[in-house]
Ligand binder design. Structure first.
Ligand SMILES: NC(=O)c1ccc[n+]([C@@H]2O[C@H](COP(=O)([O-])OP(=O)(O)OC[C@H]3O[C@@H](n4cnc5c(N)ncnc54)[C@H](OP(=O)(O)O)[C@@H]3O)[C@@H](O)[C@H]2O)c1
Length: 342
């Protein structure tokens, strides 16, 4: 279901901070917050970088968006950005499996953001963007267990499998809860699965690269693996709902529409876009097909989120990649004819 911003409660003149405002998820969040009447202080590492120009071009940005320069490891810059805010959406994070690039900024940055929110004295709630990576990485979980907000990833397992992104997100989320308890800051956490959908930012982020590789010929086979998927516009809406819903304080919210095997993903893509070289063979010819895990997204439905179907998200992802020039447009029959004449 598309987000109808006018059907949601308005920002009531409140000012909120969004960290990492130029990222894939945060850009949609900033757009939705502006549509709803909030004033937004968005942190970016370089306000003059042309990759952030889409933010200042958004409707409402001229009057109600202020870009603030801040790195996650710079407490004073974060403190200044959060100054005078009624709420904080802490979305900035490295997205990498390099342990040195990932863990320190994710964890220390999260501690800094919540401390800065406490020090500001005006912040009613912090919404932290965690990840399903802080939830599902547990080899001891049986196949019939329903993944919900009570599940936590096993840190030793993340380390042993060198899954430093999941490790960093899980430790950062633990730090968020710990600092919130110590400082009395009201916290709510969104745990999205892999986000798809149209890009507002010019560059391809990691979750979109996951799909692009099946279309541009760089992946010739798909893996025997399953993955949860959700639309980026629903992730943005989930953040705003969780910020605004009284009862969301102190809770985690799993943000997921569906779990698919990679085989399902490539089948949908090749049916929707047969013109691209989508792989049709699995790299694992030995093991049985991995089964999807069970999950609950009831908590987000209870605060009003209605999830778009993953098929729609996949379609919109590809159209957006074409529009932004990351994928060549298919050659239409008419164009083919034209080329034959030349
Ligand atoms: N996309 C997904 O599938 C997904 C799923 C679950 C959770 N998440 C979480 O959602 C959040 C946003 O992800 P995304 O997919 O939108 O990623 P993204 O497009 O890569 O955006 C990440 C943002 O974080 C900023 N950032 C990274 N390191 C930073 C640092 N040291 N200091 C300040 N800013 C820093 C980046 O700023 P620069 O532009 O300056 O690099 C960028 O704006 C992350 O917390 C991620 O873990 C994403």
């Amino acid at each position: 279901m598309p987000v109808d911003a006018t059907a949601l409660p308005t920002g009531n003149g409140q000012t909120v901070c969004v960290t990492g405002a130029g990222g894939f998820i945060a850009s949609w969040l900033v757009k939705l917050l502006l549509q709803k009447g909030y004033t937004v202080k968005g942190t970016v590492r370089n306000p003059d970088d042309p990759k952030n120009a889409h933010l200042t071009a958004m409707e409402g940005a001229a009057d109600r968006l202020l870009l603030c320069k801040a790195d996650l490891l710079d407490y004073d810059a974060l403190r200044e950005a959060i100054d005078g805010c009624h709420g904080v959406f802490h979305t900035a994070s490295p997205v990498t499996d390099d342990p040195e690039e990932m863990v320190e900024p994710a964890v220390r940055g999260t501690r800094y953001v919540i401390h800065a929110a406490a020090e500001a004295g005006t912040v009613g709630r912090v919404v932290f963007t965690s990840s399903i990576g802080a939830v599902t990485m547990d080899p001891g979980r049986g196949p019939d267990v329903v993944v919900d907000e009570s599940c936590w990833s096993d840190l030793e397992h993340c380390k042993n499998t060198r899954n430093w992104y999941c490790y960093g997100k899980a430790v950062a989320e633990q730090a968020a809860w710990e600092v919130a308890r110590e400082t009395g800051v009201e916290l709510a956490v969104v745990n999205p699965v892999l986000a798809l959908g149209p890009l507002l930012q010019p560059q391809v982020n990691a979750s979109i690269a996951h799909i692009l590789k099946y279309l541009d010929g760089s992946a010739t086979r798909y893996t025997n693996a399953v993955q949860g998927y959700v639309d980026v516009r629903d992730v943005a809406e989930a953040h705003v709902r969780v910020f605004e819903a009284e009862a969301a304080a102190g809770k985690r919210f799993i943000c997921i529409e569906r779990v698919l095997h990679r085989e399902d993903v490539v089948r949908i893509l090749s049916k929707l876009f047969p013109e691209y070289p989508v792989p049709n063979t699995c790299s694992d010819e030995v093991n049985p097909r991995k089964k999807p895990y069970k999950f609950s997204n009831q908590q987000l439905k209870d605060v009003g989120v209605q999830f778009r179907s993953v098929i729609q998200s996949l379609y919109d992802t590809v159209k957006s990649l074409q529009e932004k020039g990351h994928l060549p447009l298919p050659i239409s029959r008419n164009n083919m004819k034209m080329m034959c004449y030349c």
